[in-house]
Design a protein around this ligand. Structure first.
Ligand code: NAD
Ligand code: MG
Length: 353
């Protein structure tokens, strides 16, 4: 029996994970947490809000699925990595903000770090067993979101409702808005940098509207391996929860005869400036990625609340990055401080001038 703790159990990833756990006799849910919704009786141990590491200490899980949204997931990620407890990571924000601390904790703890983000799960599978020296570069695919093909002018008046209408994936509201701005792909660039120890100039982004190819690895001999599948998060969730077993799922097999469209193009960096801003924050390193994330969380919440126009999200993030000092965080407290500083600047940016 693999003892699973599920953090973020009421969310989009959390609910799909519950389905996978229910269907697999080798997986036992020993603990579950949510942010605010009651989850009494969902697991032997439950917690709503608070410090999630308290729950993990009590639950003694073999594997933690961190499906919390945002910076709130950081402490649990670091706890797992430090304690050598296997971590299935959906909460990309924790690796974006705490990438350096996480890498160090992982090296000490020596547990497994299994990405749940579909692109990174795909890369994990394409890279497994290959020498780092054989890898030329990797490509993360992006659907392009609901506003693919639009110009900046077109985006001035778009509503939260339009931003939440994602063409291929059905996800929580924060990541759905991030997909519409391409900030999500920016966060994923930084996530890939830390997960696979790759420099930014070897991580590319390609727009691929049907989301069938999740990622691709180019090798030095000219071969490229891609990972294909219908867009369904139960596949990477199941892969991470049952690794290395690759358990069966009820997801339909890819049907080539029904016609698959595999089109790719370069992202429009002018219309979607959060992607190049994230790349720049990643390159600069230190706490710049943390500032990027914090400001983005504040701006996305304000957009969803109707307090900020869509194009304002990138402006708020750009201002917060300009104001940040980016000094590396030596510990979690310093990271929490960098996050709070960037949030303050971002909140100021929301006030009418
Ligand atoms: P969601 O908004 O649907 O769910 C978020 C979950 O986190 C909820 O259960 C909520 O209660 C919980 N939560 C929030 N704050 C918390 C706190 N302080 N303490 C404990 N729990 C808290 O989000 P989602 O779409 O499921 O995404 C979760 C994470 O997975 C995000 O980091 C997202 O980027 C990543 N991800 C999601 C998808 C997807 O398909 N939904 C795909 C790839 C990656
Ligand atoms: Mg993804």
């Amino acid at each position: 029996m693999k003892r699973i703790a599920l953090l973020g159990a009421t969310g989009s990833i959390g609910r799909q994970a519950l389905e996978i756990v229910d269907a697999h006799p080798g997986l036992e849910l020993v603990a579950a947490a949510s942010g605010s919704q009651s989850i009494d009786g969902l697991a032997p141990l439950t917690q709503v809000g608070g410090d999630l590491t308290d729950l993990l200490e009590r639950a003694e899980p073999d594997l933690v699925l961190n499906a919390v949204v945002g910076f709130a997931g950081l402490r649990a990620t670091l706890w797992c990595l430090e304690h050598g407890v296997d971590l299935a990571l959906a909460n990309k924000e924790s690796l974006v903000t705490g990438g350096e601390l996480a890498t160090e904790a992982h090296a000490r703890g020596q547990g497994r770090l299994l990405p749940v983000d579909s692109e990174h799960s795909a890369l994990h599978q394409c890279l497994e067993g290959r020498g780092a020296e054989t890898v030329h570069s990797v490509v993360l695919t992006a659907s392009g979101g609901p506003f693919r093909g639009r110009t900046r002018d077109d985006l001035a008046d778009v509503t939260p409702e339009e931003a939440l209408a994602h063409p291929t994936w059905n996800m929580g509201p924060k990541i759905t808005v991030d997909s519409a701005t391409l900030a999500n792909k920016g966060l994923e660039l930084i996530e890939a940098h830390f997960l696979f120890d790759l420099p930014y100039d070897r991580i590319e982004v390609a727009i691929h509207p049907t989301s069938v190819v999740h990622a691709l690895v180019r090798f030095r001999d000219g071969a490229a391996l891609a990972h294909l599948g219908y867009p369904d998060m139960r596949v990477p969730i199941s892969y991470a929860l049952t690794y290395p077993e690759r358990a069966a799922t009820p997801i339909p097999q890819l049907d080539l005869a029904s016609g698959l469209t595999l089109e790719f193009s370069a992202p429009d960096l002018e219309t979607f400036p959060l992607l190049p801003l994230a790349r720049e924050a990643g390159r600069r390193g230190g706490t710049y990625p943390c500032a990027f994330n914090a400001a983005n969380e504040v701006a996305v919440a304000a957009f969803l609340d109707g307090r900020l126009p869509f194009l304002g999200i990138a402006e708020v993030v750009e201002e917060a990055l300009a104001a940040a000092d980016g000094a590396p965080a030596r510990d979690l407290d310093e990271l929490v401080e960098a996050d709070a500083d960037a949030r303050r600047v971002a909140e100021r940016g929301l006030q009418p001038a």
